[in-house]
Design a protein around this ligand. Structure first.
Ligand SMILES: Cc1ncc(COP(=O)(O)O)c(C=O)c1O
Length: 401
């Protein structure tokens, strides 16, 4: 399996011959055909978790495919609305919904919210009354499992995302007459690659969630399972099969007895469409190890440093020399700036470019571009085999004051 199609490779080759600093390319043709497959079912209502990639062109593809939008900040909301998406297709999740933010969201027409605390419920009710409207609210629940597995989304650890069933018992839904409590939201496991494991986790959630709904006197119309569908980051990882997932989700929907099953997909929706290309600055041998220094690293792609999971890397140029293990580093003065150890052709040198794939989600906007004042990476899209620039690389004077 290669993560780099011929079309994308040609486009990156073309750009790399004109540019000398790192850039992202998003393959919108591949994205559009993937999204068409995701929406061709009636079991799950799909939302796009904008945090995965808030780029205008990406949002437009999801909009055209018929996705709705899950936003977690004012910036994400404004970016979605700026693409012409109607506010009745927007849902607000996130642990830091201040009264000020809630007020802004309601003013902008958002009516569906996931409440992550009893304070949020109170503020949603107060702001809805002030603006004379009714809001649809899902309560976010955080469960504990006996096996105790860790995960970037928390897994079994304590996180600020929602409340436990015991804590939600303090909520009296009749105190909030501007809110319709239509369902529950639960999401604690990211980047899962097994349909069976996902099904087991979802299945175990049903009993405690149904019990909570009964305790709170909520008619459980909607169950929102968040995201968590993974994509392969190595040649050995499997790819989740969408039809199998839909079969599993249909069972969960039936078991839970809900009218609507919702998911907010980030990684699985857009992760595979993005690629990041960076020039090699130098290669050296150090303590017997081959080290390759690149002009971009975690300033443009932070994820390996926070998850210890690398993006797959390839040499852009064709080479038939045998591969050898090389450690890849970015330009920052911190040992955290490592993009992993990869098997790369042994003739790799300082005139080369490397391409990292599976960077369409949690890439550019999850990174730390300001540290050390290197350039911001450019962002390009490939659409109907035509490349266009959304933002060229910018040097630090673009943002330094
Ligand atoms: C509330 C919520 N929903 C959905 C997602 C998207 O998750 P994924 O990228 O695993 O699909 C996230 C990611 O953090 C999230 O916080």
């Amino acid at each position: 399996m290669s993560f780099l199609s011929t079309g994308v490779k040609t486009a990156i080759n073309e750009l790399s011959s004109q540019l000398d600093s790192p850039f992202f390319v998003y393959d919108l043709d591949t994205l559009n055909s993937h999204l068409a497959q995701l929406v061709a079912q009636t079991e799950v209502k799909l939302w796009y978790a904008v945090k995965a990639n808030p780029l205008s062109k990406i949002i437009q593809c999801l909009d055209n495919a018929g996705f709705n939008f899950d936003v977690a900040s004012k910036g994400e909301l404004e970016q979605v609305l700026a693409q012409g998406v109607s506010s009745d297709r927007v849902l607000n999740t996130g642990p830091a919904k201040s009264p000020k933010q809630i007020k802004h969201f309601i003013e902008r027409g958002v009516r569906t919210f996931v409440a992550e605390s009893i304070n949020q419920v109170r503020w949603l009710n107060e702001q809805a009354k002030l603006q004379n409207c009714q809001l649809q609210v899902l309560l976010r629940v955080q469960l504990r499992w006996p096996e105790g597995e860790k995960n970037p989304l928390g897994g079994d650890s304590l996180t600020p995302f929602g409340l436990g069933c015991t804590e939600w018992q303090a909520l009296n839904i009749t105190d909030y007459d501007a809110l319709s409590f239509d369902g529950l939201h639960i999401f604690q496991w990211g980047n899962m690659l097994s349909t069976q494991k996902l099904s087991e986790l979802w299945s175990q959630m049903i009993a405690p969630l149904s019990q909570l709904a009964r305790d709170l006197n909520i008619n459980l119309k909607i169950l929102d399972l968040g995201g968590g569908l993974g994509i392969p980051y190595t040649q050995n990882d499997i790819t989740l099969n969408w039809d199998d997932l839909i079969t599993a989700l249909a069972k969960i929907k039936k078991q839970a007895g809900v009218e609507e099953l919702w998911m907010e997909l980030g990684r699985y929706a857009v992760g595979e469409c993005g690629h990041y290309a960076a020039p090699v600055v130098e290669r050296k041998q150090n303590y017997g190890q081959q080290q390759v220094i690149l002009s971009g690293g975690i300033n443009h792609l932070l994820r390996p440093a926070v998850t210890s999971q690398d993006f797959p890397a390839a040499l852009l140029r064709d080479s038939h020399t045998p591969t050898q293990a090389m450690s890849l580093y970015g330009p920052l003065c911190t040992a955290l700036d490592s993009l992993g150890e990869h098997a790369l052709p042994s003739d790799l040198n300082e005139h080369d470019w490397l391409v990292f794939s599976q960077c369409g989600a949690y890439g550019f906007s999850e990174s730390m571009p300001y540290f050390l004042c290197h350039e911001l990476a450019g962002e390009y899209v490939l659409e109907q085999n035509k490349l266009s620039c959304l933002r060229a690389a910018e040097d630090a004077s673009y943002y330094l004051r």
